[in-house]
Design a protein around this ligand. Structure first.
Ligand code: FAD
Ligand code: EPU
Length: 350
């Protein structure tokens, strides 16, 4: 038995039949591929919910290493008299097991910017492309030039280009069943030394940021105000994704709530609503059922308030989504990945 308690940020006491830390690509190739038993790939376990013990092998990505290469521009691109102030570009190759926030700090200390709005998001660099993590107007996919993977079904190495990853809101091709066997060993990022403040997020618009560290500090203080630290309160961040709805749905809601419904217009004319707002308005913020609850400062986060059992988390998630459905007629879909005894489960299977 392999104890998964410290490998899931919900801090649930669950186990797997076996667990192995993968420290280099060769560790993966040394496995008897294709694996004959069910397996799950894990990074930091900050976006997963184990609904029971897992009867299979857990592969924990601990591949480290950060390699920074300056990208040479052809001399004709930059006039000689502007070379001193020229923007420099970097190709950064990162082991999938590196902790994302350690990478962000390390890069900033070397004057390499771009990822500062993603500060403090838990988890590993290898997991970040899976759901194209995002916060405060920035998504990791915007910086990914390619991903290096090994297909656990065949043992073959494959590089995915940026376009092949098909990044979207909390989406990449790796969420599709036929791409879940690709273990991301390394992530290649294209970054630069120029700080361009990304201030689309409502709370940032009237602020001035003198450098990327100032942006990072603001992001960290905002996150600390709203989100529980999994070190002290078990959680996996937003439990549900923000739902997409039609213009008509938004108009009706705006009428009912005096135009105060937070929403974001999408390119196709539909809108993204804030699931946290819907849950809040369905009277589900800060509620407590036994050892589980929703966070008082951000209703979208389900928390383990002590020694919760997996089925309590599932029951609360079901309750919250049913309340939202009953009040607004809107379906919530989990962002968190769900796992049962034999592997990944769909929302309607738990
Ligand atoms: P895990 O939870 O270990 O894995 C997540 C999924 O990716 C699983 O399906 C797993 O099988 C797969 N996977 C992991 N590593 C690999 C790999 N190397 N190759 C292939 N598949 C892999 N997310 C955001 O987008 N924005 C936020 O602002 C945000 N805030 C959060 C705040 C808190 C407090 C918490 C707890 C979570 C938050 N999250 C957020 C969710 C989470 O941090 C991210 O999804 C993160 O990328 C998960 O990384 P991980 O290493 O913990 O992945
Ligand atoms: N709101 C409420 N009540 C609540 C929660 C939110 O009224 O209980 C309102 C807020 O006042 C705000 C709106 O809803 O007007 C949106 O809230 P917030 O800015 O906190 O962002 P979010 O949409 O709830 C998303 C991501 C977060 C990410 C933040 C910041 C999703 C599912 N979640 O949350 O990502 O950190 O934006 O960019 O897209 C995660 O994915 O795990 C995660 C934490």
């Amino acid at each position: 038995m392999f104890d998964l308690s410290s490998y899931n940020t919900f801090n649930l006491h669950v186990s797997a039949r076996e667990g192995i830390e993968i420290k280099c690509t060769e560790d993966l190739l040394a496995l008897d591929l294709p694996l004959s038993e069910p397996y799950i790939i894990l990074g930091g376990g900050s976006d997963v919910l184990f609904t029971e013990d897992f009867d299979g092998l857990v592969l924990i990505n601990r591949i480290l290493g950060i390699d920074v290469q300056k990208v040479e521009l052809s001399p004709s691109t930059v006039p000689l008299n502007e070379l001193d102030q020229a923007e420099l570009f970097y190709e950064v190759r990162v082991g999938g097991g590196v902790v994302l926030d350690d990478l962000i700090v390390g890069l900033l200390q070397h004057g390499i910017c771009g990822l500062e709005n993603l500060s403090l998001i838990p988890g590993t660099v290898g997991a970040a492309p899976i759901q194209n993590i995002g916060a405060y107007g920035v998504e990791i996919g915007d910086f990914i030039s390619s991903l290096e993977t090994i297909n656990l079904r065949t043992g073959e190495k494959r590089i995915f280009t940026h376009d092949e990853c098909q990044f979207g809101y909390r989406y990449s091709i790796f969420k599709e069943p036929e791409f879940r066997s690709f273990f991301i060993t390394h992530v290649n990022l294209r970054l630069s030394n120029s700080f361009v403040p990304q201030q689309n997020y409502a709370g940032f618009q009237s602020k001035e940021f003198k450098d990327a560290f100032a942006m990072r500090d603001r992001v960290i203080s905002l996150r600390n105000e709203k989100l529980p630290n999994p070190k002290y309160v078990g959680n996996a961040g937003s439990f549900f994704k923000n739902p997409y709805v039609s213009k008509e749905t938004v108009e009706k809601l705006q009428d009912a709530y005096e135009g105060k419904v937070p929403c974001y217009l999408l390119e196709d004319g539909n809108y993204k609503l804030a699931a946290g707002w819907l849950i809040d308005k369905a009277q589900c913020r800060g509620l407590r059922h036994g050892q589980v609850g929703t966070w008082g400062k951000q209703a979208l986060v389900i928390v383990n308030l002590g020694n919760a059992k997996p089925h309590e988390v599932v029951a609360l998630a079901r309750y919250v989504s049913a309340e939202v459905k009953s009040k607004f007629g809107i379906d919530l879909v989990p962002e968190v990945r769900l796992y049962g005894k034999h592997g990944e489960l769909a929302w309607d299977q738990i």
